[in-house]
Structure formats: C-alpha cells, structure tokens
Design a protein around this ligand. Structure first.
Ligand code: 2HA
Ligand code: ZN
Length: 278
C-alpha cells in the first residue's frame, strides 16, 4: 500500500493568502461594504495538490447555469453573503475551494465555506466571464467584482455611452490608456445575481476586461489577482479624479486626442476603435 501523501494545511497556501489580502484590501478601500463584492480565481491542479485531494468532496452544490467549458477546473471563490472585513480572520468561512463537476452542472466543495454557505451569488457572471476571457487568453484566471466608489458615482453623473465613458477615464490619468486600452464595457441596470446579468457581463468581456454595472459596481478580469485588482484600481483612480473635479465645466485642459494616440504608440497598445479622433 502506498503511504498516504502528507498534505500541507490550506491556510499556508499562497493562493489563499492572496485571496485573504485582496478581499481585505478591497474592504479597506471602501469598495466592499457589508457583503459587497466577490472574487473567483482559477487554480492550477499543481497549486492545489500539495494541500488537497481533489477526490475528497465535502459537499456537492447544484448550479442553475451549467458551465460545461469549466468542467474539472478548480477555483477559490468568495462565499455568498461574506463580509470581506472578515477575510483575514475567518478564511475558512469566507472562502471556498471548488471543483466544477461533470458537464459543469454542479460544483464540488473541497475546502472552506464551513458554515454551509454557498459560493458567491454572482457565480453566473464569474463563470461565464471566465469562459469568454479564456477563449481570448489561455492565461486568464481571475474575475473580481466590487463596488468601487467613484466608478459607481460616475454612473450617475456621466453619460453611459461606452466610448464617451472610456475616453473620459483615459483623460483623467495618463496611465489609463496603457492599462486598459480595451476600454470599459457598460451594461444597462439589471438585477444582480441573475443569469441575465451574468450572460450580458460575459458578452462585454469578449471586448473589455472591465465591465461596469451602473449604480452598482465593476467587474475586472486578469491573468493574476494583481492584474485584475490593478485594472479596477486604475479605473477607480481615474473616476476619483473625475469626481474630485466634480463638474466637467471646471476642466480647463485635458489630455488631447493626439496625446492619447501618442501614448498608445509609445506603449505599444492598440486603443479601442472609435474613441480617439486624430
Ligand atoms: O453581495 O456584490 O453583486 C455581493 C455583491 C452582489
Ligand atoms: Zn455587487
């Protein structure tokens, strides 16, 4: 009989530390009041195997929206109703490590969510967005949703036209066009947690890694947590400048279209079409 593999405690896993820090930092930024926000992070089998046996299922959870493309994939996710304020002190209840079951019709819990809670209520938007982003980039791994304050405020003050919104953000900080040349997708107002908002978010993710939910929050995608967080952080900073300005009538000068085009060229990025007029 082979000796049973000695596995390490999940609490030592670098991916769990990253999730704890990220969720807690988002709360500190004021972007995740109460149980606001959610994160899902695709894990490689080699990352998980030192800590967990994929065959040891704690419970199986049916999902309304099959995600066949993700069958067998492992994720660490935030739980439904979880307060990110508690992410550091209570990881075993705040997070869950899940494996997507056969045909993507259920998920198997391997660790966490110890109080019997479910994965994030926004799982349809996360899973569908992962599927779309992975079609475009096989390194894609992370979806983050939060209620970034100034982006949310901007959805009351600014026209919800994607091209105009993107251009305003690009003009607020020089780095923006370099960080998100693909711009920002904007949905109409929709009920959160639904299949519909999940589907529409994922459709926007075919073009942009940032998707704005008016009067609610933002979704960001990335190959790493740093990248997805940094993307949201950069757009939120631009939105903060916009809200500090307060009234567009106060703007005396801005980054010109020619300067935006020069920036894109200097940093070798392809800006979304139809925004810069040069
Ligand atoms: O409560 O942010 O969109 C979690 C959410 C739902
Ligand atoms: Zn939300």
């Amino acid at each position: 009989m082979p000796t049973k593999l000695q596995r390490k405690s999940v609490e030592e896993a670098p991916f769990l530390k990253e999730m704890r820090n990220t969720a807690y930092n988002m709360w500190r930024m004021g972007w995740d009041e109460r149980n606001g926000g959610n994160i899902s992070y695709l894990l490689q089998k080699e990352e998980v195997s030192p800590y967990l046996d994929e065959e040891q299922i704690i419970r199986s959870i049916p999902i309304q929206t099959p995600a066949k493309e993700l069958e067998g994939k492992l994720f660490i996710v935030t739980g439904s109703g979880k307060y990110f304020r508690n992410a550091k002190k209570d990881p075993r209840n705040t997070f869950g490590i899940i494996k997507v079951g056969r045909n993507g019709e259920s998920i198997d819990l391997l660790w966490g969510l110890e109080d019997g809670s479910l994965p994030t209520s926004e799982l349809p938007a996360h899973f569908k967005s992962h599927i779309e982003r992975r079609k475009l980039d096989s390194n894609h791994r992370v979806i983050i949703h939060n209620h970034a304050t100034n982006l949310l405020a901007m959805t009351f003050m600014h026209e919800l036209d994607e091209a105009k919104f993107t251009k305003t953000l690009w003009q607020m900080c020089t780095e923006c066009i370099v960080v998100f040349p693909d711009g920002i997708g904007i949905l109409p107002w929709l009920i959160p947690g639904t299949e519909e908002i999940g589907q529409k978010t994922a459709e926007k993710m075919q073009e942009n890694r940032l998707v704005l939910w008016p009067h609610h929050g933002i979704f960001g995608a990335g190959t790493t947590i740093d990248e997805a967080f940094g993307l949201i952080e950069t757009a939120e900073k631009a939105a903060q400048i916009y809200t500090i300005i307060g009234d567009p009538a106060r703007i005396k000068q801005t980054i010109t279209d020619k300067e935006l085009a020069d920036l894109a060229k200097a940093f070798h990025v392809q800006p979304r079409k139809g925004i810069i007029n040069v």
